[in-house]
Design a protein around this ligand. Structure first.
Ligand code: MG
Length: 241
């Protein structure tokens, strides 16, 4: 029987990509040097930079604020202006990002439905402080049984240690949990490697890397439909109306 659902947070429950693109567009508009590159190129380069430095942030080896400035040092260099005002750009990015944050559509409804019958844990490659703030701001906090961060565990997804830590926190065996996340490698390869069944949230319509490993879902709604995929043993059918 399924007793717990594990959620990734960024781009699974909270829409990071939307806020991030808005922030990059806002900074590009203000800092002319960045206009040497198209917004799409800055978005792609930003992703490469994050892929390179985020794990250090996620396990606490690098300060979050320092990483934000380093990201803009590299973006200015990418745009051919190595002496760009990285700290000021990072500060503006942060402000525009915060103003453009939103939930992934259907996320609150799905978590609410599942939390009525299952333990809900968040398994995320980030810091405790950043993720606690998001869970509180977007209304998930009261329904979350455990927040499991790479910072706290000292290992980032897809490392099985973070999934094992999550199972311990929700007091479940691997076969009693389901992972839902958007990142194929970190969330899906990671969870299934730890023996946990996974649902891949593929909002972008990417090619499915391996349909034998996980079912894909294009959205978190309708909640009843997704919940039935999480708990094929139909534990949710007995929930109060
Ligand atoms: Mg994610």
């Amino acid at each position: 029987m399924i007793r717990a659902v594990l959620f990734d947070l960024d781009d699974t429950l909270v829409d990071h990509q939307h806020a991030n693109r808005a922030a990059l567009a806002g900074v590009r508009e203000r800092f002319a040097a960045l206009q040497a590159r198209a917004l799409d190129d800055l978005v792609a380069e930003n992703q490469r930079i994050l892929d390179d430095i985020h794990e250090d942030v996620a396990v606490g080896r690098r300060d979050v604020a320092d990483a934000r400035i380093e990201r803009y040092r590299r973006l200015f260099a990418f745009a051919g202006e190595p002496n760009g005002r990285a700290a000021a750009a990072a500060e503006l990015h942060r402000r525009v990002y915060q103003a453009n944050r939103r939930r992934v559509e259907g996320a609150l409804e799905l978590v609410t439905l599942l939390a009525a019958r299952l333990r809900v844990a968040i398994v995320t490659n980030h810091t405790v402080a950043e993720q606690q703030e998001k869970l509180a701001t977007f209304g998930f906090a009261p329904m979350v049984h455990a927040l499991v961060t790479s910072e706290e565990v000292g290992a980032a997804k897809p490392d099985p240690r973070i999934f094992r830590a999550a199972l311990t926190r929700v007091e479940c065996e691997a076969h009693e949990a389901v992972m839902i996340g958007d990142a194929w490698y970190q969330d899906i390869v990671g969870a299934t490697g730890a023996g946990i069944r996974a649902l891949w949230l593929n909002r972008q319509g990417l090619a499915h890397p391996d349909s034998s490993l996980a079912l894909q879902i294009a959205a978190l709604h309708p909640a009843e439909h997704i919940a039935a995929l999480v708990t094929p043993d139909h534990v949710l059918l007995n929930r109060p109306a």
